[in-house]
Design a protein around this ligand. Structure first.
Ligand SMILES: Nc1ncnc2c1ncn2[C@@H]1O[C@H](COP(=O)(O)OP(=O)(O)OP(=O)(O)O)[C@@H](O)[C@H]1O
Ligand SMILES: [Mg+2]
Length: 218
């Protein structure tokens, strides 16, 4: 589903990623860990096509991102859900509108948009907050809206950047359970987190990044 070959990413003189080789199969759930600055966010952004590699190849579903034009890349990105480290919710839109928008831009019919948006909000247990505005929500609730928005289009791949960043232990457990449930439905998931213990003891495949290189796989 995701294949990375000899991937390098430089920002000016700084190497954010160095010679990354990684394969993630369809339906796999992979954790990317490593200290702050290791390159986790950069790696997710490259897989999402939001950033171009300095060199190396990225294949998503056997499609080489380097060979895609703007329009085809946009189409492919509609099949990928991204939970941003800072959520990126629109403050002037309600919870419902934030989630629905992700489907509307794909050209989906209004009735389908409404149905899937309700479904998605139910999955993250936020149906009761659909009319609320993001800034009136707690951190954990905002996090779940961001997840609902990422899964509403039934993505092939779900990428999540520090999805439990500022949450307490209980909410962290809830979010992990949510990801496991999404995974069970067949979605390929890549979660980046500096919190190594997050999925410990669960037999989770874990890739450890340090200063832009893969230093261990568990
Ligand atoms: N747009 C950018 N311009 C310049 N340097 C960047 C940019 N994005 C990332 N970097 C650099 O690339 C390196 C990796 O950053 P990245 O954000 O991928 O790390 P991270 O593992 O996600 O860290 P954190 O755990 O703090 O989120 C860092 O040294 C960072 O300063
Ligand atoms: Mg990051």
């Amino acid at each position: 589903m995701i294949q990375l070959f000899h991937l390098f990413k430089n920002f000016g003189p700084n190497a954010a990623l160095r010679d990354i080789d990684l394969r993630v199969s369809r339906g796999e759930f992979v954790l990317i860990t490593g200290p702050s600055g290791a390159g986790k966010t950069t790696l997710l952004r490259l897989i999402f096509g939001a950033e171009k590699p300095t060199s190396g190849q990225i294949l998503i579903n056997s499609i080489n991102l380097n060979r895609l034009g703007r329009a085809s890349l946009d189409l492919l990105r509609r099949r990928i859900g991204f939970v941003f480290q800072d959520f990126k919710l629109l403050p002037k839109k309600t919870v419902f509108e934030n989630v629905a928008l992700a489907l509307e831009v794909t050209g989906e019919r209004g009735s389908i948009v409404r149905k899937k948006t309700h479904q998605s909000l139910r999955r993250v247990d936020l149906a009761q907050k659909e009319k609320a505005y993001p800034l009136s929500l707690s951190g954990g609730e905002q996090q779940r809206v961001a997840i609902a928005r990422a899964i509403v289009k039934d993505p092939l791949i779900l990428l999540a950047d520090e999805p439990t960043g500022n949450l307490d232990a209980d909410l962290t457990r809830d979010i992990i359970t949510l990801f496991k449930n999404i995974h069970v439905k067949g979605t390929t998931i890549v979660v980046a987190t500096h919190n190594q213990e997050l999925f410990e003891h669960s037999g989770q495949r874990t890739v450890v990044l340090k200063r832009g290189k893969i230093v261990a796989e568990k």
